[in-house]
Design a protein around this ligand. Structure first.
Ligand code: HEM
Length: 493
């Protein structure tokens, strides 16, 4: 090897090799400093089912509630049920429900779901109008249903209840579900629609409401304007409602008479720009309130009465509370006395937990979003996906409710307050967030007026078996709720 060759090799060793090492090290370092590319989360797991029909056979054989429970145990708190290409992603429990309840309309849409109410409520209100107008109309509801206004309705409710049950005999047997439905319609007639309707048109308005409700069935969810007989009757009923309210509103304006009802509240409502509500809007908003408030309150009152009559210890506790109030406050019932009916209040709340009026709350994802599950998974829910928050499962979660299937109103008592301990979204039977029920206060008032009257004036006994739930669309008690009554004033001396 000559010196030139040796010199060349040294050159390679001392210059080129270190350069290669430095470059290699730089590349290696560069490799480690580039953040690893984040993998996009997977969509929620889909429950296994037969091709095309998916989970439908399981739902038909086992009930929807059982299927949701099974899949929750198998797949965790976020999963998808699919049938005939329709996919619904279920979000079970408070941890995964924040975006569902608090997302904006452009992220999580309620109007896409409730568009089906447009032919019932009418054009120009609710889910027929843009978001800003709807928010203003919600302000009218909030104003009409605020506690200061409700206070004056208690006297009207009490009068209706006393008059209705005053017509019962000394003793007898009745279908309590049917009786509760009737008395609540009278209250709605008086408090919502006004004295004119209550005194002269109650029967007509009751059958119109019936036609509206019957116009909302499975076909109308997909083809709301199909000219079926039920849809025709719905449209005629809607038109007649409009005639009735037009007439009353005009008569009030020309005579200067101011009503003490929600109809008046809506007539007097004004948009931000000073525009008054039109007669068509007033009609639509009233129909919306009737729709939101009647069936729901009637279902809960029937379930609470049935539960109290079925659980002797709670019937005793609720009766003793009435005895105590009679002793301390006399036999008058007003807003303040109703607020003191704590056992009764918790009994209604507990009946609602076990028998929510709707099995699930629905929304549609207008934008994709990610959700972290309580099991530590992360999923991306795609844009356009139908979403469901299943009350029938959320209300029975053992992580929130001790012995969740037991009827135990004390779980909501101070000190235990399982719903509060479970966090803001633990008890969503009245919804939550922006769309939380606006009639919760009104509902509790009328339910407590009815049940306290029954406890104070009758001895009641459930004579039919404890009812099942009608089905997963109407969560009412199935069949008749037969109750034997005997007139008996509650003694407190
Ligand atoms: C115990 C009886 C009731 C129950 C269980 C109940 C339940 C609910 C639920 C779950 C929602 C939310 C729906 C959703 O997020 O999609 C809701 C909304 C609503 N409820 Fe009730 N409700 C009851 C009684 C009433 C009454 C008596 C009224 C009025 C007279 C009323 C007026 C409303 C209104 C206006 C909304 C719509 C709120 C919005 O979209 O922003 N509810 N209710």
């Amino acid at each position: 090897m000559d010196t030139t060759t040796i010199g060349h090799m040294w050159l390679v060793m001392i210059t080129i090799v270190p350069m290669i090492i430095v470059i290699a090290a730089m590349v290696a370092r560069a490799k480690t400093t580039i953040p690893p590319k984040r993998k996009r989360p997977q969509p929620p797991p889909v429950a296994e089912g037969a091709p095309l029909v998916g989970v439908l056979p399981a739902i038909l054989t086992k009930t929807l509630q059982t299927v949701i429970c099974d899949q929750y145990l198998k797949l965790g708190s976020v999963f998808t049920l699919s049938s005939f290409g329709i996919k619904v992603t279920f979000l079970v429990g408070p941890k995964v429900s924040t975006h569902f309840f608090h997302g904006t309309e452009s992220e999580i849409s309620i109007s896409d779901v409730y568009k089906i109410t447009v032919p019932i409520f009418g054009k120009g209100v609710g889910y027929d109008v843009d978001n800003d107008t709807r928010n203003e109309q919600h302000r009218f509801f909030a104003e009409t249903l605020r506690p200061a206004k409700l206070r004056s309705h208690v006297g009207l409710m009490v009068r209706e209840v006393e008059e209705y049950f005053g017509k019962w005999g000394r003793c007898g047997t009745v279908d309590l579900k049917h009786e509760i439905d009737n008395v609540l319609l009278l209250i709605a007639s008086r408090c919502l629609l006004g004295k004119e309707v209550r005194d002269h048109m109650h029967d007509e308005v009751s059958s119109l409401l019936h036609e509206l409700v019957s116009g909302l069935h499975l076909t109308s969810m997909f083809f709301p304007y199909l000219p079926t007989p039920a849809h025709r009757r719905r449209d005629q009923a809607r038109a007649r409602f409009e005639e009735i309210f037009y007439k009353i509103a005009r008569a009030r304006t020309s005579s200067g008479h101011v009503g003490d009802d929600m109809l008046q509240g809506l007539i007097d409502s004004k948009y931000k720009d000073g525009r008054a509500t039109t007669e068509a809007e007033v009609t639509g908003l009233l129909v919306a309130l009737l729709f939101a408030g009647h069936h729901t309150s009637s279902t809960v009152t029937a379930w609470t009465a049935t539960r109290l009559l079925h659980h002797a210890e709670w019937l005793h506790a609720a009766t003793e509370e009435q005895r105590q109030l009679l002793r301390m406050q006399g036999d008058g019932i007003d807003y303040e006395v109703l607020l003191q009916m704590d056992v009764l209040h918790r009994s209604v709340k507990e009946a609602l937990r076990l028998h929510p009026v709707t099995p699930m709350i629905l929304r549609r994802a207008r934008r994709a979003f990610t959700v972290q599950t309580e099991e530590g998974n992360e999923y991306q829910v795609p844009e356009g996906r139908m979403l469901a928050s299943p009350l029938v499962v959320n209300n029975l979660l053992p992580s929130i409710y001790r012995e969740p299937k037991a009827f135990d109103p004390d779980r909501f008592a101070a000190g235990r307050a399982e719903d509060k301990v479970g966090g803001e979204l633990a008890y969503t039977t009245f919804g939550a967030g922006k769309h939380a029920c606006m009639g919760e206060g009104y509902a509790y008032l009328q339910i407590k007026v009815i049940l306290s009257h029954l406890l104070r004036n009758f001895k009641l006994e459930l004579v039919s078996p404890f009812p099942e739930t009608e089905n997963m669309i109407s969560m009412r008690p199935k069949g008749e709720v037969m109750v034997r009554y005997k007139r008996q004033l509650l003694q407190f001396a």
